[in-house]
Design a protein around this ligand. Sequence first.
Ligand SMILES: O=P(O)(O)OC[C@@H](O)[C@@H](O)c1c[nH]c2ccccc12
Length: 398
Amino acid sequence: MDGIALGTPPRFRVASSCFSSSRFRRRLLSLDPAPGVPMDRPRRPCALRCTTAEEASETEKEYDPPTSGGQKIANSVEIKEWQNGNVVDNAASRQGIKIRRRPLTGPPKHYVGPFEFRLENEGNTPRNILEKIIWDKDMELKERRPLTTLKKALEDAPPVRDFVGALKASVKNTGMPALIAEVKKASPSRGVLRENFDPVKIASAYEKFGATCISVLTDEKYFQGSFENLEAIRRAGVKCPLLCKEFIIDAWQIYYARSKGADAILLIAAVLPDLDIKYLTKICRLLGLATLVEVHNEREMDRVLSIEGIQLIGINNRDLETFQVDISNTKRLLEGERGELIRQREIIVVGESGLFTPEDISYVQDAGVKAVLVGESLIKQDDPGRAISGLFGKDISK
Ligand SMILES: O=P(O)(O)OC[C@@H](O)[C@@H](O)c1c[nH]c2ccccc12
């Protein structure tokens, strides 16, 4: 691990002007959850990283340990680390997370005569694409609108639909894995997947031809997606519950996704330490949203299984750091005790990425998944809706 990036407490880095005061923090803390959702005040959003040491200690005074459904979600040592911004520095590396948060400053400046330049080194240059996406996301969030402007949008947001319930009902009715079909224009590994891209038309076609839920990429820079696409699909009256496919590193993004009509949120275990997953899951619960927690390897799976109350786990067959795809990953992670625990707890597992044929679907179904998340193999076809029958080997629209 690299000393420079890890040595800079992320809580002190992510703060933007709109998040920089404790007054602002209190404004966020007083936001009401969605109608019908029990009011439970978020206390210490991971997003609201302190900007100064005074703020950190002030926060301590007003802070109670985060709880989840009456359960404490952290012990006192974890809370201290979290408050002090040491989560990414210490806890994350202990948890095997290789993705570092963006260092506060760029490369150090050097001067030669009238010239100024910065030296790139391992500590201040992203080491892989996932790390680059996360660092860029961090910059992007600095330009976010203040949360207060979201309050009205949240009140006006369309009601949340039951994402997990829809998946369960579909499995029960069809005996097949439920389909979460993805509205995805491009990806860093595959480039542009579809030139002629009409998100509403594609989502409507997915719904018509049997998708249970729809995933909408909202990252602009790497996936050419947008929150406008999410909103447009919701506004167009598509009934399938919608997953907001975003690189979430901040509670603000969850509120924003809800304001645009999301019903579920993705959290990526390769990026988020346990306590952030717990905290962000809690925010989702407050807003009535489902959380799909994505894992890629055994270690991430074990971390997520150690978190109470997780209902939905996605196994990504694509390694987001290397882009390698291997669908046997799903099988491997569901073998033995892990699979047993998942069955006992009735956790819904979603097989994600790299699924192209009816054989692929049967393979992950036999491994134990109850839903599949599919983008490329549908979106690349002339008619992405009709392509669903090809993927499943039969018409699943009835
Ligand atoms: O297009 P594919 O190979 O069918 O994959 C879909 C989906 O699993 C993939 O887009 C995805 C899974 N997890 C992610 C996290 C971020 C961005 C994208 C993803």
